[in-house]
Design a protein around this ligand. Structure first.
Ligand SMILES: Nc1ncnc2c1ncn2[C@@H]1O[C@H](COP(=O)(O)OP(=O)(O)OP(=O)(O)O)[C@@H](O)[C@H]1O
Length: 247
């Protein structure tokens, strides 16, 4: 398997539960890959394993040729957690500049990241006074600021209005066009159609690793939500391969 991210036979236990049950997949360079699945299916856990903050039970996770979490990956991987991780008592610009310093970047890159997420007008506002959607965009700016080669985004468009969501997806694709690799989780099926590739997980198992067009073609459903329902039913009936390996 080739890819910016290569996951092999990944098993993760959290508490007493087996949360990831042997996942193998790859995220190709320069793509926007969507990670979709019901609440509790293991999306965040898989992302945490990829950015190297999750203890794993067995298997391997390789990122940009190194083991996930290796020191050499520190400035090469960006991660947006579901809960915004920005300082409420700093402005948007100050937050972005702080994260820029941590990544060895300058003020210009910080200001550009703020503009890229549509917060130029709120750059001098304290994060504590922002709306929820603005706050998560401030957090997104901080994840993007170092121009990382791999960007892992946990539900980046939650709480954003349709115009902003479209802008953010256009921005993700512009980054992918320059060779950046993006892994983006979402609950929203209409966002699946915006991805170059899809990973669908359910109950800690991968049930699809394909392009949106192939998912539609395989299932015979035009609508991706319906296609996913069919995949889930097939999988549950024990007729689908569990590995999700690409041909
Ligand atoms: N710290 C933890 N300790 C024990 N179990 C956990 C912990 N965090 C998550 N889990 C469990 O792991 C499973 C997968 O959680 P995860 O957050 O990866 O799912 P998810 O697909 O990202 O869900 P959502 O879409 O709701 O964010 C869930 O059953 C959850 O209850």
């Amino acid at each position: 398997m080739d890819g910016t991210v290569v996951v092999r036979d990944l098993v993760v236990d959290r508490g007493r539960r087996r949360v990831l049950q042997g996942i193998s997949c790859a995220v190709p360079r320069g793509t926007v890959t969507g990670l979709l699945g019901p609440s509790g299916s293991g999306k965040t856990t898989l992302m945490r394993a990829i950015v190297g903050v999750q203890t794993i039970t067995s298997g391997t996770v390789t990122v940009l040729g190194a083991p996930a979490g290796a020191a050499e990956l520190r400035n090469r991987v960006g991660y947006l957690t579901q809960a915004p991780s920005v300082y409420a008592d700093l402005t948007v610009r100050e937050n972005a500049r702080y994260f820029a310093v941590l990544q060895g970047r300058g003020r210009a890159e910080a200001d550009r990241a703020v503009t890229d997420v549509g917060l130029a007008d709120a750059a001098d506002q304290l994060v504590g006074t922002l709306s929820g959607g603005q706050r998560s965009r401030a957090s997104l700016a901080c994840a993007l600021v170092g121009d990382p080669e791999l960007i892992v985004l946990d539900e980046p468009t939650v709480g954003q209005d349709p115009v902003l969501r479209a802008d953010l997806w256009a921005r993700f694709h512009a980054m992918a066009a320059t060779g950046t690799t993006l892994l983006v989780s979402s609950h929203v099926m209409d966002e699946a159609a915006r991805c170059d590739r899809l990973l669908l997980i359910r109950d800690g198992r991968l049930i699809a690793d394909d392009t949106p067009d192939s998912v539609r073609a395989t299932t015979g459903a035009d609508d991706l939500e319906e296609a996913f329902l069919r995949l889930i039913r097939t999988h549950e009936a024990g007729r689908a391969p569990a590995g999700g390996e690409r041909s």
